[in-house]
Design a protein around this ligand. Sequence first.
Ligand code: FMN
Length: 269
Amino acid sequence: MEYYDDIVKKRNSCRGFSDRKVEDSVLTELLKYYEEDESNLIDEIDTELKFYIGTVWDELKKSVGYNGFCIKAPAYMVIYSDVADHYLENAGYIAQGLTLRMTELGLAACWQTINDADEAKKALGEDTDKAVACVVAFGYRDPGNKEKPAGKKSLDEMTDGFKFGQDIDTDLFYNDLEDGLRAIAHAQSFQNLQPYRVIVDHDQIALVGLPDDMTSEADRLLNYGIVMFNFYVVMWAVRPDTPRWSFEPVTDRDLCLPADVTYVAKCKL
Ligand SMILES: Cc1cc2nc3c(=O)[nH]c(=O)nc-3n(C[C@H](O)[C@H](O)[C@H](O)COP(=O)(O)O)c2cc1C
């Protein structure tokens, strides 16, 4: 299926950008996508998208980036959000849609971890009640950048059948769902740790979080939003009636989750 192969699989993080300016027409295209596409998890949460071109790195690096190292890029995309239940999953979902649109537009990008959201807001010079939920560095990849794509968990490692820890019967499920599940296994995550798994059943998939001491609460929730978007967008391209993800608990069956594994969300098929 083209969307998975051409966009989701092709997208990999960029940490070496060229100086080429991101054209206004491209920013307009991204803004249009954000405003017109139904690319969120929770309609009630108000968000705002802003771009910062070329001037914020010096201040931003004090509160954003792995180990205090913010990737230098010609542009940054920031999602501001009202703070409500699941606002970070929602913001991660929205921002992932935008990063995949960037891939379609020939841009490269790299998510940046937020070490202090209040400091980041000050660094960006914003006076808003909304919180800084996501920061993504973007621009055009430096042609000399030889960064290799990060290795990802295999589909087998990422999926269980019916219950946690149970092997999946691939003949039963992979026909219809394979690209959607691959999009989950290929999703971006903090330090590429991919601390989650999917339990597949005939009528739904459930996303669960694995124990992980490295990933902060905020990045864990952003990870989930990214995964949910990847599945949604690939399935949507196959069957536009794909239902949305829901944070409602699973009450009609036992997923057999160990005590240290967290239920995140389900998507009816
Ligand atoms: C929530 C989140 C925070 C991240 N923070 C950073 C960061 O601060 N610096 C960085 O270089 N990469 C960061 N990344 C990028 C990941 O390291 C990258 O997505 C992962 O290694 C997988 O590689 P890929 O994006 O090429 O598939 C972050 C990714 C996510 C999802």
